[in-house]
Design a protein around this ligand. Sequence first.
Ligand SMILES: Cc1cc2nc3c(=O)[nH]c(=O)nc-3n(C[C@H](O)[C@H](O)[C@H](O)COP(=O)(O)O)c2cc1C
Length: 126
Amino acid sequence: MKPIIIYASKGDNTEKFANEIVQELDCESIKVTQPGLASSSNLDNYYLIFVGTGIHYGNPNEDLVNYLKTIDLKKLKVYSAHLSVISEGRVSLDLSQNIDNAMIKNFFISYFRRDYPNLRLVERAV
Ligand SMILES: Cc1cc2nc3c(=O)[nH]c(=O)nc-3n(C[C@H](O)[C@H](O)[C@H](O)COP(=O)(O)O)c2cc1C
């Protein structure tokens, strides 16, 4: 069983991250360009689903949000990781406090520290 990445990307930043994770973990990805693109039942085959979107004017991508509404999230354990690059010296990674799997937590931290060695780690409840 492998992970999968489901993402939407208006300006290609998220796509860049998604492609890097695909290469690193040797897994598949789905780019959501319209709602209902992929059937939720396919997701039963994956043990870990990464969901990626840029934020525009305070909102995640609408097509991705509509797609997520088609998934039974109650069956899933949901974690969040949000990278904010305010300026070169002010980068923070917000991780949800419920990430109880050290491998997943370390993946996010080490992945983003490669590009931003001084990033500030913030752990919050979601
Ligand atoms: C027009 C515009 C509005 C944005 N609004 C927000 C915002 O409200 N909050 C935020 O955290 N980032 C905001 N950003 C930053 C984007 O979320 C960030 O650049 C992200 O990596 C874009 O992902 P994408 O290129 O995959 O679409 C905005 C960027 C643009 C270009």
